[in-house]
Design a protein around this ligand. Sequence first.
Ligand code: ZN
Length: 314
Amino acid sequence: MSFSSNVKKELCAFENQARHCDIAEIAGLINACGTLFFGADGPSVSVRTENAAVAKKYFKLIKRVFKAKCELTVTRARNFRKNRIYRVATYSEGGADKLLMAVGLFENGQLKKRVNHTAIKSDCCKRAYLRGAFISGGSLVNPEKSYHLEFINSDGEVAAAVADMLRFLGLNGKITLRKNHSVVYLKEGENIVDLLNMLGAHISLMDLENVRIVKDMRNNVNRIVNCEAANIFKTANASARQTEDIKFIAETKGVDFLPKRLGEVAAARLKSPEASLKEIGAMLNPSIGKSGVNHRLRKISQIADSIRGRHLND
Ligand SMILES: [Zn+2]
């Protein structure tokens, strides 16, 4: 089972503490994967999903809250995967008007396609709405690969409301367009952990944290290795430049041109191109420190540069 379906399974088993939260969760579900229809005898609503646990959850919620009558149909998708598609429909005689009015999608005899702000007023209800929206229209990439959680909506206004709710809860939700859909996504691992916590997916959250710890450790090791590699590269580069300067001075001005204290360092550098500044300092008699060596090598480079400058001016 994928990480995403594990999270959904856990969230489907989560029970709200209050009726207002149940209503908010139903609103989230219908906004994400519901279809509204207005027929001769009134409104009807059907929720369509490939996830059996989600169908069951929605069925249970609307039974419990509205005692609505539902019709469940199972068909096979026409695509090559031939997944099962579950459809839970409530018609007007089954109580669809009452249900849709409560979630704010049916008002003054008309269907609305928006998020009802009264249904998501409290924090608890915002979380419940997002839970409904995630289980029916969301997904989560395996955290081993990358941190990405998204809510897919066909309606831009609903997507904007989802992003607002995430922002309200302190999470950095962004919106992008993909084909005919608006996608609200979270990218940072910490944001995803926070959301799973707020939605009540505590087991998945611990699994995700474990992955994060291992990944962080791996990154730290990589960073240290890269840093060491960069230092070695830097030393090699500097050494090549110094060697070039020393050889240039010897060729243009003769091997004895440099004063003794600089000549000693130059000789040590030529002898050991891979030595660090500290190692060069130790080769001298009397030995000197790293900064002393650095100072002398810089002096040598300045001398080389001034000779080059004079050559250019000649
Ligand atoms: Zn609530």
